[in-house]
Design a protein. Structure first.
Length: 176
């Protein structure tokens, strides 16, 4: 009787163990990749600021005609862990392809045309691609560098064409 009871218990444990292995085999799997960089500067760039998307909305063609513009959409570059022992200011330089339709603007690509992206710093000063912004004072800890972007239409009559667009700018920081 003891032998039969032991055999039954062993069989139940083996059956339960094999059922959980079958269930685990098809439960899914994946990969987590961690990436970043170590930089020698006064501040770190917050992860959400490294690669970001700024939505400019759906802008009416009539608003952009004759050089019209959309409303500026704010965006920021968040700096964290700042140590201002030696470096107390930062400039930001934005780069990217220039617009064929709007002088001084960042070019757009897609089915839309006849417009470009303009950017301003926190004081409202127009940002010139490839030129550092005015220095901004940073404090120890967290700092938000504030900017705005908007869609600027061409001054050329009938140049604005509806459609989807994207534009990409890169930024670099320089501390003083």
């Amino acid at each position: 009787m003891k032998f039969v009871m032991k055999s039954a218990l062993v069989s139940m444990f083996m059956l339960a163990g094999s059922a959980s292995m079958v269930q685990a085999a098809g439960a899914g799997q994946g990969t987590v990749t961690f990436e970043g960089a170590i930089i020698e500067t006064a501040c770190s760039i917050a992860p959400e600021s490294v690669d970001q998307t700024v939505g400019l909305g759906q802008v009416a063609k009539s608003q952009l005609e004759a050089g019209g513009a959309s409303q500026p959409e704010p965006f920021k570059i968040r700096l964290v862990g700042c140590d201002t022992t030696t470096l107390k200011n930062v400039t930001t330089t934005f780069t990217g392809g220039s617009s064929r339709d709007v002088p001084g603007a960042l070019g757009i690509v897609g089915t839309a045309s006849g417009a470009g992206i303009m950017m301003r710093d926190a004081s409202g000063t127009q940002i010139v691609l490839g030129t550092p912004t005015a220095p901004q004072i940073i404090q120890d800890g967290t700092n938000d560098l504030q900017f705005g972007a908007y869609l600027q239409g061409s001054a050329t009559p009938d140049a604005v064409k509806p459609g989807e667009f994207t534009a990409i700018t890169n930024f670099s920081l320089a501390y003083q």
